[in-house]
Each structure stands twice: as C-alpha cells, then as structure tokens.
Ligand binder design. Structure first.
Ligand SMILES: [Zn+2]
Length: 153
C-alpha cells in the first residue's frame, strides 16, 4: 500500500487558513515538520519506513518528529510513538499536541496503541492532549474527547 505513495510530495504546508495567530503557527509547524520527514521507502527486504510521519509538540513548545517503521514481524512502531520516544529521549515527558500525516497525505487520529501510551505517560493530563484530525478543515479533538472512558481510572 505505501509503495503507491513513495513519490508522494505532500502539500506545501504552512498555509492552513483555519488557524489564526499562535495556534495556527503551532499546527502549521507541526504539519510542515511531519511532512519534512515523510519519505516512504523500503529499507531492506523486511523493513519499510516513513510512509506515515508524525510531529508532536511537547510542554516546552519543542517539536519532535517520528516516522512509522513496518517490519515483517512485530518489531516496527507507529510514527506517533516514534515521535513520543524521540521526545522522551530528549528528556521531556509531556505532550501538548499531536499531528500525523498518513500515506494519502491526510492527517488522522492515532491508533489505540499510541493513545494507550499517551494515557500511561500522562494519566492525569492526557485528556487535554490536542490531536489534529483533519488539517484541511482544521478539525481538532482532544484525546479525552476521542477516547473518553479509559480503563485507567
Ligand atoms: Zn499508533
């Protein structure tokens, strides 16, 4: 599936009209940061990477990126968790915003495993994490709205 997107160049980024002021700047930066690392490619006979790219804004306002890594077994990782691990590697612990660009160029919600990691990282604050559902229309949602009832209470 991702092979069809190998030549995907994405959008120019940074021009979403739905966000004004600082909020626009942040989402546009997240989008362009994710787009900059989205390079779907086959690494080896067994590993593909980069078809999905994510950018997260941490509590400090820094942006961390990650790409998906898909393997023939279960060794891979989603772009969102890769970005979160990048943030943790750099010494930060808190996520404010999440944006992921899918192979088709649209933004989308994180999978259950990525949501679960965010809850476990921030059990008291995960409800406030903002997620970009649709960059074109500017539709965002909080993780609390996306998954209101968690097994962790
Ligand atoms: Zn995921």
């Amino acid at each position: 599936m991702w092979r069809k997107t190998l030549n995907f160049q994405g959008k120019s980024g940074g021009s979403c009209p739905f966000f004004k002021g600082d909020k626009m700047d942040v989402w546009n930066k997240l989008y362009s940061s994710a787009l900059a690392v989205q390079k779907g490619r086959q690494i080896s006979k067994y590993v593909e990477a980069g078809g999905v790219a994510a950018a997260i804004e941490s509590a400090s306002g820094k942006i961390y990126t990650g790409v998906c890594v898909d393997t023939c077994s279960t060794l891979g990782i989603c772009a969102e968790r890769n970005a979160i691990f990048n943030m943790l590697t750099c010494g930060e612990d808190e996520i404010k915003r999440v944006l992921a660009i899918m192979p088709n160029g649209k933004t989308g919600a994180p999978c259950g495993a990525c949501r679960e990691l965010m809850v476990q990282l921030m059990p008291e604050k995960y409800m406030d994490i903002e997620i970009m559902l649709d960059y074109e229309s500017g539709r965002t949602i909080t993780l609390g709205e996306l998954t209101p009832e968690w097994w962790i209470k």
